[in-house]
Design a protein. Structure first.
Length: 203
């Protein structure tokens, strides 16, 4: 049961990250918001599955990774649920739009980056706790730990105000979308390798 549930979570990550990249490329924002609402659920399930396998002498980093996965999920689900409900269904005044519309690079965008920064920390600590059994697991561990580097850019770049300068009325956000597609290309193998990991027969 544990491996089956974790494998489903890994599959959810793989599918949602792929769809996220696709919707970014065709500039379908509502589709990308919807899959980003589902991605955190898959991430928690996958992280819990990996956490369940960690040996007792590595439980501290594993616990940190699982807790951070939960915090990441709260931030991200609030961000994208607000886009699909309040922002999509209500007429917002100018000030509210600056704060709540994702493509205005305001408060809600900063919360999104903070959430993904915490996700990066989560993958780092979970990867740190892993004990790879084969080459595929070594790649999974390495990709998860290297992904931790994103914490610094996601957390500190918004503090500089550089993203708020990108919020121009005539901007199409292409550069930002391509950057997110690049992240998808990096993160997609994590979902695939995790799915393969949980698909292995226990020896």
């Amino acid at each position: 049961m544990n491996k089956t549930v974790a494998k489903v979570g890994s599959a959810v990550i793989t599918v949602t990250v792929f769809l996220f990249a696709l919707f970014l490329l065709i500039n379908y924002s509502l589709g990308s918001y919807f899959v980003c609402l589902i991605l955190p659920i898959g991430f928690i399930v996958m992280t819990a599955g990996l956490h369940n396998e960690i040996e007792s002498d590595r439980k501290v980093p594993a616990n940190i990774g699982l807790i951070l996965a939960g915090v990441y999920s709260v931030f991200i689900m609030l961000v994208y649920f607000s886009q699909l409900t309040t922002v999509n269904n209500e007429q917002l005044n100018e000030q509210a739009s600056k704060l709540l519309k994702f493509d205005h690079f305001g408060l809600i965008f900063n919360y999104d980056l903070l959430g993904y920064g915490l996700m990066a920390l989560s993958t780092f600590f979970t990867g740190l706790a892993m004990k790879p059994a084969d080459k595929a697991d070594k790649w999974l561990r390495a990709l998860m730990m290297i992904h931790g580097v994103f914490y610094f850019s996601c957390t500190f770049m918004p503090i500089t105000g550089m993203f708020s300068k990108m919020a121009t009325p005539d901007g199409d956000g292409l550069g930002g979308r391509l950057a997110l597609v690049a992240w998808c290309v990096y993160f997609l193998p994590i979902g695939i390798l995790a799915f393969m990991h949980f698909s292995k027969e226990k020896k």
